[in-house]
Write a protein that binds this ligand. Structure first.
Ligand SMILES: [Zn+2]
Length: 370
């Protein structure tokens, strides 16, 4: 299992490198346990891998949903090279060691050991490890779109790094691009152009007073908005014909993303009424809904009892969970690794947590599927 994790880290699955190498490593590992898998490969190096351990089908299946990709190592220097998977003092270091290649190594090992034990299952185990969770969820969207051919689900487990807390809720995410358009002109005669940066200034003024409508959520609190990028203009002597900003909005359950977009469009319409030369457009760069699993449902209650953890939590980060929730089954996020290490330099996993995760996943499989 340690070797599997090391190979997965060394596979360096940043979005530019793609996920195919990691998918092939998992496929080989499953084959050693006698489990067939399918790799869905597109755009040269992008890949999902799925596997299904069949059963009598008397019970609903459990889907274990992982992501193969990692974020880049970043500018800061690492004590150990980020893709070397160095083992030292009971830890394995590397990008993805916590988020979430330990979760993958643990669930693949758990599934393999259950299959090898010859235990008769009453519900199928389904595994997916998908591409692109850190960028655009392309792999998960592909998997969910084609899900119809797979069995009905009792529940979905995301082996993301939660340090063995059971997460049932997180905020949603809406990334918007707002562009203003003007007319280029030589800047010695600015009156012949329309300055897109000046138009953006009026948008920014409006956004300062813009209140997104929402009901505060008892676990997740408030919706937040932050303008995080701005670009515009091409040269010192040209009136800019385009300016754009990037806005990160984090939403709470109950909010409809389209309502926010409509409100922005109404602001732009108002600005255009005041100034007919004003032109702005808003588009969605990325969105994931909020996750809110009913903590009183049987799946969550049984999940708590089998893991011996009696509390469920909400977190600030987002996952692909809401995409899987659209399949109609309860979703929980539960796995090894400290969430605060994700996306940071010197990310690591305690090897003891890796072993603990295998035991938890085996118990979960036996509880729900035998
Ligand atoms: Zn993750």
């Amino acid at each position: 299992m340690k070797n599997l994790l090391k190979k997965l880290i060394q596979a360096k699955t940043t979005s530019d490198m793609g996920e195919l190498a990691a998918a092939e490593i998992i496929s080989d590992e499953l084959k050693q346990f006698g489990i067939d898998s399918q790799i869905d490969n597109w755009d040269k190096n992008r890949a999902n891998i799925t596997a299904q351990v069949k059963s009598s089908g008397r019970k609903g299946a459990i889907l274990f949903a992982c992501h193969l990709d990692v974020v880049p190592p970043g500018e800061a220097s690492w004590q150990n090279p980020p893709f070397a998977a160095v083992e030292s003092e009971g830890r394995i270091y590397g990008r993805g060691s916590a988020d979430m290649k330990s979760g993958i190594a643990a669930i693949v090992t758990a599934i393999g050991e259950i299959a090898a034990s010859g235990k008769k299952l009453q519900g199928d185990i389904i595994l997916v490890a998908a591409a692109g969770e850190e960028t655009d969820s392309c792999g998960t969207k592909r998997f969910v779109r084609d899900y119809a051919r797979l069995p009905e689900l009792a529940g979905v487990v995301l082996p993301e790094p939660t340090d063995f807390e059971i997460i049932t809720a997180h905020r949603g995410m809406l990334w918007l691009k707002v562009e203003t358009f003007g007319k280029a002109a030589h800047s010695s005669t600015p009156h012949l152009g329309v300055n897109a940066i000046a138009s953006m200034k009026t948008v920014l003024n409006e956004l300062e007073n813009f209140k997104i409508r929402f009901e505060p959520h008892k676990l997740l609190g408030e919706c937040s908005m932050s303008i995080n990028t701005i670009t515009g203009g091409q040269a010192m002597n040209v009136v800019p014909d385009k300016c754009e900003i990037g806005i990160d909005i984090r939403t709470v359950p109950g909010q409809i993303h389209q309502d926010i977009i409509n409100d922005l469009q109404n602001i732009f319409a108002k600005l255009k009424q005041k100034n007919p030369q004003f032109k702005a457009e808003v588009s969605v760069i990325r969105e994931v809904g909020a996750l809110e699993t009913d903590t009183q449902c049987d799946f969550v209650k049984d999940f708590c009892s089998v893991t011996g953890i009696n509390k469920t939590c909400a977190v600030g980060f987002t996952t692909d969970g809401p995409h899987f929730a659209s399949l109609g089954a309860p979703v929980v996020i539960f796995g090894p690794g400290k969430p605060h290490l994700a996306h940071k330099p010197d990310e690591y996993i305690d090897i003891s947590d890796l072993k603990k995760a295998v035991e938890h996943y085996k118990n979960i499989i036996l509880k729900f599927l035998t």
